[in-house]
Design a binder for this molecule. Sequence first.
Ligand code: AMZ
Length: 330
Amino acid sequence: MRPSPAYTAQAAALASSGGYRHFRWVGERGRGSQRCLELAAVLDPAFRLVVPLRELRNRQLWQPGWQQLPRPAMQIIPAIDLLDGHCVRLHQGDYDQVTRFSDDPVAQALSWQAQGAERLHLVDLDGARSGQPTNDAAVKAITAALAIPVQLGGGVRSAARAEELLACGLDRVILGTVALEQPELVEALAARHPGRIVVGIDAKDGKVATRGWIEASNTEATDLARRFSSSGIAAIISTDIATDGTLAGPNLEALRAMAEASSVPVIASGGIGCLEHLLSLLPLAPLGIEAVIVGRALYDGRVVLAEALQAIGPNRLQDVGEPPLSADIA
Ligand code: AMZ
């Protein structure tokens, strides 16, 4: 039996619920006597409750023991793309459309850290195109200078190279081309280095692109994401090439499809141009989108990292001072 799609909380609880009282059915969790419904507030779909089914059957619509899901929050990861030792951004990954933002990658990385970044995303663009590590001097200098974890992608094409990078202090390595061409190599690495191997899936019109996005494939990005579902990788970085570097907004449809296809956390990448774009990702957090990579918009000041963290980070301003909704509501 599928319960009615709308529920109304008892009036007594309204004062503590932040004003939400209409909830919509969004899914189910658990089995047997543990079976629960997941409900979303109609006025704020990100506000969710998990309600034991037996309580709904008893028509006790607002009861102690209801569990509030964690507030959706996302980590914001500034990106530094390295080309010939400089910090650059490409437009849609095109090596002929380069904007140079800084000639001092270490100073740039320290600046993102000082502004509150909790992780840094590095791409060796020369490495991604040629398959050979090219910006190791900058990568090593950044990793040594920063206290926050650093991840690197671009040109990591063998287990030995991935392990060399992990041994140099990088927290995570990202494999793109190899994930398509030798997925078993990625799985073996993930088994040896739990939590430290990330798959980068870069998609053009939904199909995976590799080797600096110069080569197209016939593999659907969602199929590749599914392939890695139980592989032990830490996350999938999902990049939409058509939006990358354009500031035009993330491809929410593609991100939703990737999050639904994958049972590992997804990191959104590509297209962020303003704070509203970051906020537009929040409703996808319950599907497993746990972080977002921001590049050009941070460099040119359209997004201020501290503000962005207050908008979608773990201590979002919107939540400050709101009464907790928890088991003590009777
Ligand atoms: O902008 C590009 N042309 C580009 C880019 N940013 N090409 C590759 N990359 C990044 C991917 C991924 O993080 O997003 O390089 C990494 C994949 O490299 P590889 O060498 O494993 O395919």
